[in-house]
Ligand binder design. Sequence first.
Ligand code: M6R
Length: 609
Amino acid sequence: MCGIVGYVGDKNIESILLVGLERLSYRGYDSSGIAIITNGELSYWKKTGKIRELEKMLQTLTIKGTLGIGHTRWATHGEPNELNAHPQMSQNKKIAVVHNGIIENYLHLKEELKERGFFFASETDTEVIAHLIESNLTSGTLEEAVEVSIQRLTGAFAIAVIGESDPEKIVVARKGSPLIIGVGKKEYMVSSDVNSILPITKEIIHLEDGELAILTKKSLQIKKIHGPFITKKPQHIRWDAITQEKNGYDTFMLKEIFEQPTVARHILSKIIQPDLSLSFKHINLSKSHLKTVNRFIIQACGTSWHAGLITKYLMEKYARILTEVDISSEFRYRHSISQGNDIVLAMSQSGETADTLACLREAKSKFLKVLSLVNVKGSSIDRESDGVLYSYAGPEIGVASTKNFIAQLINLYLFTLYMAQIRGTLSKEEVDASIQEIKKIPDYIDRMLAQKETLKRIADKYYKSQEFLFIGRGVNYPSALEGALKLKEISYIHATGYPAGELKHGPISLVDASLPVVCIAPKTATYEKMLSNIQEVRSRKGKTIVIATEGDAEIAQQADEIVYIPKISEDLTPILVAIPLQLLAYFIAQNLQCDVDQPRNLAKSVTVE
Ligand code: M6R
């Protein structure tokens, strides 16, 4: 993963790099560093921990300079410590490199460089790039040395390089990892994403794979690696930089949980037209094409995958379209069978998840159409898809996905109705009735959030538990997976999600008086079966935290704790169920004093495979 940033111009270099890194911290936050050239001399600073640690260290120094690069890391090769943090330096300490990606042949290159007398200070794959550039920087320019060096690299990279030999230049290159250049007035910025550039300029250029650029205060040159110079026109970005404010909440996660009613209202107003027709403006595939689709192949990871699993239930039920859901990292390496009229539906909040992006590219190479559901506009998945549904969740900063999950579910419910209309599998009356039903969702989410104190009380009671089990059926089986993921990723408590019907095939042996079991049991087609499963848990003294439909007095007798959701059609229950699951995980993590916004070992955007 990792985020890289670079700046050349007259502004305060230290603060530009630090603000850029802060905005990139969703890509990793286990260590960070910057390198700056001042009066021809290269200096660098690195620190383990979150970016505020680097910031604290730099506060004690006076840093001047007009050119520099920075990096925020998510460790792949080598533990998070200062030696492995970037920038990685060449042996003579005159070249600094920041890198996002993985160099697959680094061990081979390392051996070769060692034989040539290079000494390695870190365990990173990046250090080989710095040494290679030093070894190739004999009489030519920095960009020539970079170009020759990257020819030796296999794997994925976006790099920014500075060196004392050419103290007025930043050289950047890309293969497989994103890199964006901001074009200002006598200043240029480079970064892994657009948002960190927007405070400086709204004129941006997306560097494509196989391109290299040389940035100085006065000029920007772009060329194909081992090819000619090319001209690329900056694109004007119309949106503003995402402000990362907590608006009075303790954490981004809590703020984002409480934004969900607004998000839901926003999505409905974007898609549902006054005459109840559904509008997907960026879908870019004709109705006649959609009418003949043979199968949807959903590609996603993590929470987005859970939203995909729920979509399968809906798409097959309403639109009668065969729908497969694959975890992207699995799909890529199995020999799946596809046909021309299959559509790949890539789902990703960030639009940068490496595995999902790779699946998208694989699908396109097989001439399949790719439709995406992304939250981040301008992301790689957005730009490379044939058509897009935007999830309209607004910026999601907390590493645990919350509001984007319900945004995905609302979008996909509406998209399923749209497909059912096109295919004629639902009548207009049925579609209209479903639209009227989903319009209740924002108010119902408000009602769920009003139960915050109940969830806090439950969290206070169970937060010391060693593990949790989550069970559900049908559309709420993925809800159980999502509840377990939320809890484990932010509280570090082991949690498992299971289809309730599978309990007796193994996991029931875990149940004893110390195990809290979150039972998702709203009134749906499988309600009676869930009741039996809850009884099976209680017979073994498991503690039941039950999510049920308002007015269900029967189930309350089977529950140690109960949380109610308003009565709504079965297929919309996962949206409401998600709220108490988020709050439960949140308050448990808070009790355990975990950093919910930036949990250990994670990153918001997973840009390595
Ligand atoms: O940006 P994406 O939706 O592609 O991200 C996928 C997963 O990395 C993400 O959902 C992850 O599992 C979250 N931490 C879950 O809360």
